[in-house]
Design a protein around this ligand. Structure first.
Ligand SMILES: [Zn+2]
Length: 416
């Protein structure tokens, strides 16, 4: 998935656009737009807003259009059919408010083999639609290599059309993680046989300890797994829709919106997702990548102190066997032979540690070491700099770890 929506939100918010069409519509799209222009009217049904491109195929709700004669019309037909099949799932049955302009006009989807990614969706404000009407761009060159991927991208971009109806771009790039997480999941729910969406689980699996709202390294696409969990275990696809409805006309962050619809603590939800992803208990877990481990032990260690994950991110630790104590502001899950459960006395298991605050540490092991009080005066000497400073720094570093390891940190355990 190489959707450029984060760049579009950034461009709409004032950053230089990577593609001018992200903010400036091609002239044809607004020519004669108020009322139907001769080029866009249809004998039956809705027409396009503005003027048609050289080639187009129409359905009840979408018009797929292109200028480049090398584009295979059969691909345009396949994309159109996939989009029209997604419409009733999401709008008629799913209750998502229909995209801006779609009550009067066909939604325009442009095929452009020169596009710098697999696709993107933007909005163009006009006098008729001051909030902006959506247009999607798809790169049919991606279809040639992987036809199912191209169809999945089309549905993904339709998801963005629905999102723009409810949420404006004021949040910019930082807001984009849940746009992508939602469009990835919408592509599964509205086109369930394609399954190429699952490839984006890689971006979570490579960085499970990232802060929940990271947009770097495609992490937001990987957060489709949060929506898989929310859909399957918490509030269904309706709940995801309701999160978007709750986000209409405000810039409230997604964690707060999700928490409000779910009626549950966001950290608890993130821990629940991380546990199920690690246990591979979600419905299509067989398609998802396995998250990387921060540490792997053959036998449970005596005592380890590591940086906590970023906020609401998770460490996965293969503990080996043995009952360990865990300290830190974290939620815990235990994965034993592919199931979530209580920490076993013996047998290998995976510890899933989800951070509930920022910049903390996690300590775990068979037994917390006794504090070595006699070393404290070393830290209190206050002598630094000069030739010995480096050595003193090392000493202080070790001491700091010991003191933190000895500190009593709050710990949350129990069922998630
Ligand atoms: Zn996208």
């Amino acid at each position: 998935m190489d959707c450029l929506l984060p760049d579009v939100l950034a461009a709409l918010s004032g950053e230089a656009p990577a593609d001018t069409r992200m903010v400036v519509p091609p002239a044809a799209f607004t020519a004669g737009a108020s009322g139907r222009s001769p080029g866009s009217a249809r004998a039956v049904g809705k027409g396009a807003y503005g003027t048609d491109l050289a080639f187009h195929v129409d359905g009840a709700n979408f018009t797929v259009q292109w200028e480049d004669a090398t584009v295979d019309p059969a691909r345009a037909d396949a994309i159109l059919a996939q989009l029209e099949a997604a419409w009733p799932v999401l709008v008629d049955d799913g209750g998502w408010p229909a995209p801006v302009s779609s009550d009067t006009y066909l939604l325009r989807v442009v095929l452009d083999p020169e596009l710098g990614g697999s696709g993107y969706t933007t909005v163009y404000p006009t006098d008729d639609y001051p909030e902006g009407y959506p247009v999607s761009y798809l790169n049919p060159a991606y279809d040639i290599a992987d036809p199912e991927f191209g169809l999945s991208v089309a549905v993904h971009e339709f998801g963005h059309m629905l999102q723009y109806r409810l949420r404006d771009w004021q949040g910019g790039r930082a807001d984009s993680w849940y746009w992508e997480a939602t469009s990835e999941w919408v592509a599964e729910r509205a086109a369930p046989t394609l399954d190429t969406y699952a490839e984006s689980s890689y971006w979570y699996a490579q960085w499970p300890d990232a802060r929940f709202d990271r947009v770097e390294r495609y992490h937001g696409y990987g957060m489709l797994l949060l929506n898989a969990y929310l859909d399957e275990r918490v509030f269904g696809l309706e709940g995801i829709r309701d999160v978007w409805i709750a986000g209409e006309g405000n810039v409230t962050t997604w964690d707060v919106l999700i928490e409000g619809v779910a009626g549950r603590d966001f950290g608890e939800l993130m821990a629940g997702m991380a546990g199920e992803v690690a246990a591979r208990t979600l419905r299509e877990s067989n398609l998802y990548d396995t998250p990387i481990r921060v540490a792997t032990h053959d036998q449970a260690p005596e005592w380890e102190v590591i940086d906590a994950p970023e906020l609401y991110g998770s460490h996965l630790i293969d503990v080996g066997s043995g009952e360990v104590t865990v300290e830190g502001d974290v939620a815990l899950a235990y994965v034993i032979a592919g199931e979530l459960g209580e920490m076993p006395a013996d047998g290998p298991y995976t510890l899933v540690v989800t951070a509930l605050s920022e910049n903390g540490e996690v300590a775990y092991g068979l037994a917390r070491p006794v504090e070595e009080e006699e070393e404290v005066p070393v830290a209190a000497c206050g002598c630094g700099g000069g030739f010995g400073g480096g050595w003193l720094g090392v000493g202080l570093g070790l001491l700091a770890v010991r003191r933190r390891a000895g500190a009593r940190l709050p710990s949350r355990t129990g069922p998630l």
